[in-house]
Each structure stands twice: as structure tokens, then as C-alpha cells.
Design a protein around this ligand. Sequence first.
Ligand SMILES: O=C(O)CCC(=O)C(=O)O
Ligand SMILES: [Fe+2]
Length: 315
Amino acid sequence: MANSVIPIVDLSPFFRQGDKDGKRKVREVIDETCSRYGFFQIINHGVPLDLMSRALKLSKIFFESSVEEKMNCSPLPGSPFPAGYNRKPNPSYEFAEFLVMLQPGSNFNVFPSNHSHLRAVMEDLFDQFVKIGAILESILSESLGLPLSTFQEFNNDRNSDVLTALYYLPATEKEKMGISSHRDVGCITFVLQDEIGGLEVLKDDKWIPVTPKEGALVVNIGIILQVLTNNKYKSPNHRVVRPNGRSRNSFSFFYNISGGKWVEPLPDFTKQIAEKPKYKGFFYSDYLQKRKENKLKRTSGLEDDLGLSHFSLTV
Ligand SMILES: O=C(O)CCC(=O)C(=O)O
Ligand SMILES: [Fe+2]
């Protein structure tokens, strides 16, 4: 696969005392890539590598078990969020299988009873992602020239975070889309992908591969950061194209905000620099509702912005 232009950022300066210079350089690269692509990969991020590979291995075993076994993990009736096993309809314009989990300990989580290690590993991975989420939020705050704790104070409720294990069957002659072009909800998404590839980012009308790198995590800016920064940081369209002849598996962790949160461009990116806001303010739950409505109307893999244009002030 062609080498990707998406940068690989070594976070090790943030795991040692001092090294101001190293930290500054990391912030500069992150600032540049978030302004251009909204995507980068991180290494030396503190998430144990053996946990990452165990999680990929165990989730693959689960997804390759029988349909009955997987269906036993269907979301619980009355669950406010479809935690548990689900699949996108097939045939359709896209196809993937999911195992979704909310915060460890949530009563709505559903795990396969005969894959007990998978539960333990996903709970551990969830906690690790929460830790790296907080670190990344402070790096992003500073790379934008804001006080270190800006995003952590804004996003201080960890009840809406979601971890999803994903599984993509090999492409067929008719269908190759796994997840079609979309932008992620929330603040930051982390993706742990296996070695197969297929994740792509849209930049200047071209699809750029996010080439897998062992031990790396992909970081992807969500729409909330795009709105807060008044488009300084991009939340890009991305998609997963299913590989030929091989299945692919991955995890997405959505470092989210709670539905009751009010979201609008920060004064630092509007008033203070004499820029007009590009979005009117909204409650995050209203955005999620719009996104749902748009998605239901959507019958093809064609790109749309899933509700963000509803709050846009630009024509
Ligand atoms: O499977 C992947 O690599 C990424 C999936 C994705 O974009 C998502 O879950 O939002
Ligand atoms: Fe995504």
C-alpha cells in the first residue's frame, strides 16, 4: 500500500518530565495536521501494546463465532443506546459488524458469556482510551494556544464515551464499502486498526489511506472540535473500504461530550480575532437528532454532512 501522508506523531515527550522542546514540536505537528487533515497517528501513547493486540485477536474470534452466539449479545430492550452486537444491513451500500460498549459497569453493556476475556480486555481498553483522551485534549488545547485545561473543563463528563469493536468481511464483487463517508460525532475518535488497511480520509477530493502501523493509534478530530475552533481544526470525511480476500477488524473509541452540552465556536476563534462564527450554537443532543434524521433519509453512500449544515452560518 502507498505510504500515507497522514503524520505519525511520537508522544513520548509527554510521558517524561521536562523536554519542553520535544513537547513543543509535537504540538506544532499536531496543529498543522489538525488544520489540514484532522487525522494523525500516535505512537508511544501509553496504551499497552499487548493489550491492543489481545483486543484485536479476541474480538476477531468473537466476530467469527456463530450468528446465534453473536445474536445472544443483541442490545437489551429499553437501552438508551444500542450497546451489544449489531450489524449494518446487508445488502446495502455499506456493511460492517459491531460490538458496542458503554462505560465499564454500565447495566446496558452486553458481552458474550463464553468470551469472558473479551469483556475484561475491552473494559481495560476503554479505561486506557479515557486516559489518552485526557492527554490528547490538553495537547490539543495548547496546540491551539488555549489554556491547558480548556477542553478538559468543557468535556468533563465521561458518561457518553463509547468503545466499538468492528469487523469487516472481505469485499464482494458487488460491495466493497465497510463504512461509507462520514464525519465522527464527539470531540476525538481513536482507532485501533489491524494490519489490513482500508481506512481512508478525504482531502481535496482525494481519498488518502491511513496506512496501518503496528502499535499506532489513529486520532481523528470529531465535529465538536471543528465547531469549537470555528473550522480551524477539521473533522474530515473518512470511510472504510473492505479489503479483497481478507476480513479486517478494528476498534473505535469515541471521546464524547454529553447530550446536554451547549456547543458554539469559542470567542478565541471568533470575537477575539474578529472572525464571524461559522456555526450557531446548539445543544449536542439536537445535533445528534439531526444526524439521525439525515441518516434515515440517506439511501446511498454519497457524502453528506449528517446534520452539521443545519447549524452552519456560512452559505
Ligand atoms: O474501522 C475503522 O478503521 C474506522 C471506523 C470509523 O470510522 C468509525 O467507527 O467511525
Ligand atoms: Fe468514523
